[in-house]
Design a protein around this ligand. Sequence first.
Ligand SMILES: *[C@@H]1O[C@H](CO)[C@@H](O)[C@H](O)[C@H]1NC(C)=O
Length: 230
Amino acid sequence: MAQHSLIFICMLISLAAMMQGTQAVEYVVTDNTGNSGGGVRYRDEISDDYSLQTMSDATEFIWDIFEQDNAADRKDVPKVTLIIENGVGVAFTRRNLNEIHVNANYLGNYTAGDVTDEFTGVLYHEMTHVWQWFGNDQAPSGLIEGIADFVRLRAEYIPSHWVQPGQGNRWDQGYDVTARFLDYCDGLRDGFVAELNKLMRTGYSADFFVQLLGKTVDQLWSDYKAKYGN
Ligand SMILES: *[C@@H]1O[C@H](CO)[C@@H](O)[C@H](O)[C@H]1NC(C)=O
């Protein structure tokens, strides 16, 4: 009897945990590349199945990095669409639509490393734009891009063209430069980027750095440069 109720309680607990942790997100891939070289390479070396799996894996990884254990902590995004197209540049995300666009011509011409690794890194970056907070559009764009590349850095899809730690001219230069700086800040306080993202849910202030690390962002940047001898 006692044993039965214990089993029942355990079942209830795991059911509650499942419901809390589960947020149904639908992933869709649309391949608009036709017969382009990039489209052929995408289908041969990457594939829609891989894209769908990577979108789901990236989501779990991002929720973990952002320390968003419950659905209430996360953005309410029911569906993410990935469009593979013959475009320009590398990739971009239409935030209001939760729609990621990847340029197949870029993939078709990619020779700087493994194309699947590069595609995966790009998806982790773009998926971060789907899930991150934007500080009510007050945050510097360099910080937004830096957080997306910080996630890519932590996922260990680091492309060969990235700067090394300590390089760059400004903390909010964006992308790899800001990602490396955020990694330094996260080393000063474990979970710093998660805390910063949480604060950015409703707005942005440079004072967030002071609140979390006790120093201005400019002081942190000069400490960071000094650490690497710059
Ligand atoms: C390389 O890029 C060019 C220009 O975007 C494009 O026309 C060409 O199809 C690409 N090559 C491959 C193999 O995708």
